[in-house]
Write a protein that binds this ligand. Structure first.
Ligand SMILES: [Zn+2]
Ligand SMILES: [Zn+2]
Length: 531
């Protein structure tokens, strides 16, 4: 395989609450890709961070009588910890409140402004006379003109309709309850409409592997025609605007957070003494993956690409949009008001991270919404992982009275099956079919168990010690290779196997065992979860 420079960007969790299992289910694909590509020798930068700015954070701060910084810092630490416990292998997990991020984003903003893609426009905006301030769309409640739902004006909770400025007139200021009026306000806008053609062409050229939701959502916006968007807002928490006359405004989070994929890469490269442009600029044989939930698609497929184009600086555009559907919990949509979004950190403190990872990949919201229940998770842990994978390792490496794996004769069928599995799992991952990849990987476990049962080593041991050694040897070769093949899905378990079998590191190549291995301290890979 030709070596590439690969960027994988995981969506930035919002620093106003704990990330829940739905977030993990959406983001885990990024970690699978990162681990797989690294094992294949590609140069990978996998980045993300906490989105610290914006009104959800200032609102929460106000409610808790804290500063926005305190709120963002608290959740930044919590989210970082949760992701670490789930073994996310981010090269850098940062946040948008670092001086580095702010400084670099301001430079990029200036470039777009100098290139004429950010321009000033005076337009009516919702205003509360009692609070004497301009309101953002989430500070207003309106009745949705499409479906009648009472909703915050950023997007209808009932039908996803995005309200226009006219819809905001006569809304309700959520702070004081007064009726809103429209009043002229000066803001800077991104000339999104100028990139219509380029983004259409790029989408048509690169969307082969995108999921249906990404294709549909992106094409819907392109068909409607791209509309210029305000990039500044009346807020005192966020990134400054490097343009005269805008000292009292801040950058909209949608512009600075997506640029965080670049600033995080820059920071990581700076610390490692590497050239960040190798990953982001054209003609470096690069590939860019953006991983997120379906509510975030156009920010990555349209807006981020428009920003990259607006800098006119030879940026490589986003190639692959990896957008998952939603994870429901106990057949209910996760929502803050219901409080059913189980904080990811609590689950991973109680259950095996690898079991959760495997379950979310194997039953996750890859192509349609999926449902998480504790019962279905227990079924995966006890039925698939413990009874099949764990049992195979246990009954091979802890065969009673065996202290050493002796090199035996490699079975041609076993070799073939292993080689096929590498190829098929790799193809599935490259096609962004993660569930299928995990199913194919499990087939090798099932193959090994069947092989074991057919050979009956417990009988061979008494009747033919050479055949017994060959059976245990071949099963061990499979287990060694499972530690490579499952690494993208279950890194903790795989590292345990490597330790048992004295394998130095994971790769995406067939492992052969050519020396006897002394077995020490073999422990079960998975524990049974009682209901
Ligand atoms: Zn509606
Ligand atoms: Zn008000």
């Amino acid at each position: 395989m030709e070596k590439k420079n690969i960027i994988i960007g995981g969506a930035w969790p919002y620093g106003n609450s704990d990330i829940h299992l739905g977030h993990i289910a959406g983001l885990i694909s990024g970690d699978v890709l990162a681990r797989y590509f690294r094992a294949n020798g590609h140069e990978v930068v996998f980045v993300s961070g906490t989105d610290c700015h914006g009104t959800p954070i200032t609102e929460r701060a106000k409610k808790e009588k804290k500063s926005p910084k305190e709120i963002a810092e608290y959740y930044d630490q919590r989210d970082k910890q949760a992701l670490e416990k789930f073994h996310f292998s981010y090269d850098l997990y940062t946040n948008t409140d670092t001086d580095f991020h702010k400084k670099e984003v301001m430079k990029m903003f200036e470039k777009m402004y100098e290139n004429g893609y950010i321009y000033e426009k005076i337009e009516p905006q919702a205003y509360c006379e009692k609070c004497s301030k301009f309101l953002s769309d989430r500070e207003i409640q309106i009745t949705c003109p499409k479906c009648g739902t009472q909703t915050k004006a950023e997007q209808c909770d009932g039908c996803q309709y995005v309200p226009t400025i006219q819809d905001m007139e006569g809304g309700i200021c959520l702070e004081c309850g007064s009726k809103t009026i429209l009043k002229d306000n000066k803001n800077l806008y991104l000339a999104l409409s100028k990139f219509q053609k380029e983004i259409e062409e790029h989408t048509a050229k690169s969307n082969q592997l995108w999921r249906l939701n990404a294709k549909n959502e992106t094409n819907k916006y392109l068909k409607q025609g791209l509309v210029d968007r305000a990039v500044t807002r009346d807020l005192d928490w966020g990134v400054d605007i490097p343009v005269k006359g805008y000292e009292n405004k801040k950058m909209y989070v949608w512009i600075e957070a997506v640029l965080g994929y670049i600033t995080a890469t820059q920071k990581w490269c700076e610390d490692k003494g590497k050239d960040w442009e190798k990953f982001w600029k054209e003609e470096n044989n690069n590939e860019i993956y953006m991983v997120h939930g379906k509510d975030n698609i156009v920010f990555h497929s349209i807006i981020f690409n428009a920003l990259l184009l607006a800098m006119k600086d030879n940026y490589h555009l986003v190639d692959n949009i990896v957008s998952s559907e939603y994870l429901n919990v106990n057949d209910e949509k996760i929502s803050k008001s219901k409080g059913n979004g189980i904080p990811a950190i609590e689950l991973v403190e109680n259950y095996h991270a690898d079991s959760l990872r495997f379950h979310l990949i194997n039953n996750g919201p890859e192509k349609k919404d999926s449902n998480f229940t504790i019962e279905s998770f227990i079924a995966t842990n006890n039925g698939e992982l413990l009874n099949k994978f764990g049992n195979l390792v246990n009954r091979t490496l802890k065969f009673k009275g065996i202290e050493e794996i002796c090199v035996g004769k490699q079975d041609e069928n076993v070799t073939q099956k292993i080689e096929q599995t590498y190829q098929r799992v790799g193809e599935a991952i490259e096609h962004l079919e993660f569930k299928e990849a995990s199913d194919i990987a499990m087939e090798l476990v099932e193959f090994a168990n069947k092989y074991y049962d057919e050979k009956q080593p417990w009988v061979q041991r008494k009747e033919n010690i050479e055949e017994f050694n060959n059976t245990i040897y071949n099963c061990t070769v499979i287990i060694a290779n499972l530690s490579n093949i499952f690494e993208p899905f279950m890194p903790e378990v795989c590292s345990k196997i490597r330790q048992y079998l004295k394998i130095e590191k994971n790769t995406w190549e067939m492992i052969e065992i050519t020396e006897n291995i002394v077995l020490e301290d073999i422990e079960p890979l998975f524990g049974r979860i009682e209901k």
